[in-house]
Design a binder for this molecule. Structure first.
Ligand SMILES: Cc1cc2nc3c(=O)[nH]c(=O)nc-3n(C[C@H](O)[C@H](O)[C@H](O)COP(=O)(O)OP(=O)(O)OC[C@H]3O[C@@H](n4cnc5c(N)ncnc54)[C@H](O)[C@@H]3O)c2cc1C
Length: 507
């Protein structure tokens, strides 16, 4: 156990993937680090839980960053971090990023094989052959640039100078591309409305924004890396990523304390000095890293009006209504892909419930379900405000959950006929649940950029409070497990450099 009497180097509030990545890298770099996690488990939105013999992914199920060396693409941040920490996380290839089921019968799987994906898309829109080629080539171009630059902090002048002088053309090209929107670039090459809707859902599926609002740079990772490093699923479920980081962190001497909710980040004379826990105890450290959202950090945990984040600075993404189902394996059609996105009506796809997500990870890892059974995770966006009047556990609350549950299962019939009668376990989670488990403001997916905002406007790792740093999906580059991993790396490398123990770039 870490010494409480001595001043710690780093306190990390929260064990999401952003917090754990920062903690593990800093501890390995020689900083005595303590992670405080309110839950009894690590990983936040990237954790697993088990019920009645089924293991479910609480949130994320589609993972980038696990390709082996030599495979095309170098953005394999999970592979690099686990190698650095000396931890093995086993994965299996996940051949299709998303199988789309869209209006007017457009049914298309975004598979690993780029040529096959483009052929399928061109077959659906033959008159847009040239535009499709040009648009996806632009994404490929962004990917080429990103995958050749080492991960590091954009606030670290030394890192910027090194990258800028080693790769001057690529750095300059990337700087220009940070101003570009995915949807606007698509519109330069494509005019078919249905195809532009497809490009929108390609963005919305992970960014929760249409293509015009989505930065080209982010799209260049998600929609190109699926054909390079590919999508890989960790055996044992999403929690295996968090467990791997915890193992590496603890092996280097770090400590994670569970059931430890931080109620205040202590700031004295403009500088973070430690935290107060919900039980009233105080822990001091030279540096505090917050893995809470930007709203929770500055509008709740830091008790100083001067640091408040105006709610209109970013768009507040919605929360989720989620279903975790244990189903009879006979209901799963032969050859069914693992991840699905269903849209019935383009005029509603961005509304609450307008886009239905569904994953069946037990198709990749049979240990997640009892023999002959499968796990289904289905979810839609939903607003905490729409549940605000309903007290958790009240009759009205349960009635609404039950209604949503039946509706979503009914919608899954088109992918898994008969599922309405074949669920052996049904668990549901409202935005209240999401907020309660993860301490996230309104259970939100996090802050989103306004259309046209440069991606670099996203908060970086430093904050207005000295010695208080931020990591996770409120910070650059944004939402997604690989994105928060990047944020964790840049946060750790900035702190390490600032406090005199600079890290080597990951290799
Ligand atoms: C339904 C859903 C599906 C998703 N699907 C995917 C996907 O397929 N692929 C993908 O890449 N991404 C996906 N994501 C997004 C991805 O999971 C998140 O962006 C990412 O995991 C967020 O990581 P984070 O580090 O910001 O922290 P979080 O996951 O938010 O974790 C923060 C941690 O901090 C703890 N904490 C907060 N406040 C305190 C406090 N005061 N004291 C102590 N502890 C505290 C919380 O308990 C939590 O453990 C999905 C998210 C959701 C919700």
């Amino acid at each position: 156990m870490l010494i409480q009497d001595e001043l710690l180097d780093v306190l990390v509030v929260g064990s999401g993937i952003g917090g754990l990545t920062s903690a593990a890298l800093l501890q390995q770099q020689g900083f005595r680090t303590l992670v405080l996690e309110k839950n009894r488990f690590a990983g936040g939105s990237c954790s697993s839980f088990s019920r009645s013999g089924y293991t479910f992914d609480a949130g994320a199920s589609v993972f980038y960053g696990f390709a082996e060396d030599g495979q095309s693409g170098t953005l394999n941040l999970h592979t690099k971090i686990f190698r650095k920490l000396g931890v093995k996380v086993q994965t299996v290839p996940d051949p299709v990023q998303i199988h789309y089921h869209l209006p007017e019968g457009l049914n298309l799987a975004a598979c690993y094989d780029r040529g096959l994906f483009l052929d399928r898309l061109t077959a659906a829109f033959p008159h847009e052959r040239e535009g499709i080629g040009k648009f996806y080539a632009e994404l490929e171009n962004v990917y080429d640039i990103l995958s050749s630059l080492p991960a590091g902090s954009l606030e670290d002048i030394r890192h910027l100078l090194t990258v800028g002088s080693s790769f001057p053309m690529k750095t300059a090209a990337l700087a220009i591309k940070t101003f570009q929107s995915m949807g606007k670039r698509a519109r330069r090459h494509i005019s078919d409305a249905a195809l532009l809707h497809f490009i929108d859902i390609e963005a919305y599926s992970w960014a929760l924004q249409d293509a015009v609002s989505t930065p080209l740079v982010n799209a260049g990772i998600c929609l190109a890396d699926r054909h390079h490093g590919g999508i890989n699923y960790p055996l044992g479920g999403s929690g295996a990523i968090a467990r791997g980081l915890v193992e590496g962190f603890e092996r280097c001497g770090g400590e994670i304390r569970y059931g430890a909710e931080v109620s205040e980040i202590l700031v004295e004379n403009g500088s973070a000095t430690g935290v107060r826990l919900a039980d009233g105890s105080v822990i001091r450290a030279r540096v505090v890293v917050s893995n809470a959202t930007i709203w929770d950090t500055f509008n709740r945990l830091v008790d100083d009006e001067r640091y408040r984040i105006p709610m209109d600075r970013f768009i507040e993404a919605p929360s989720w209504f989620q279903l975790y189902l244990g189903v009879n394996g006979a209901l799963i059609p032969e050859g069914l892909n693992v991840h699905h996105v269903l849209v019935d009506d383009w005029s509603r796809y961005t509304d609450s419930g307008g886009t239905l997500y569904c994953s069946i990870p037990s198709l990749l890892d049979s240990s997640l379900a009892p023999p002959g059974r499968h796990t289904v995770h289905a979810f839609v966006t939903d607003r905490a405000d729409d549940w605000a009047e309903l007290e958790r556990g009240s009759g009205e609350y349960l009635k609404r959950k039950d209604m949503f549950t039946r509706e979503l299962i009914q919608r899954l019939e088109s992918v898994m006929p008969g599922i309405s009668g074949g669920c052996e376990l049904t668990l549901s989670a409202s935005p209240h649940t999401h907020k309660r488990y993860l301490n996230r403001h309104k259970g939100s997916y996090g802050p989103l950029l306004r259309p046209g905002q440069n991606i670099l406007v996203k908060p970086q790792n430093t904050t207005p409070v000295k010695n208080l740093f931020a990591t996770g999906d409120s910070t650059f580059p944004g939402q997604g497990v690989i994105a928060v991993t990047y944020s964790g790396i840049s946060c750790a490398s900035f702190i390490a450099a600032r406090f005199g123990k600079p890290m080597e770039p990951l290799d």
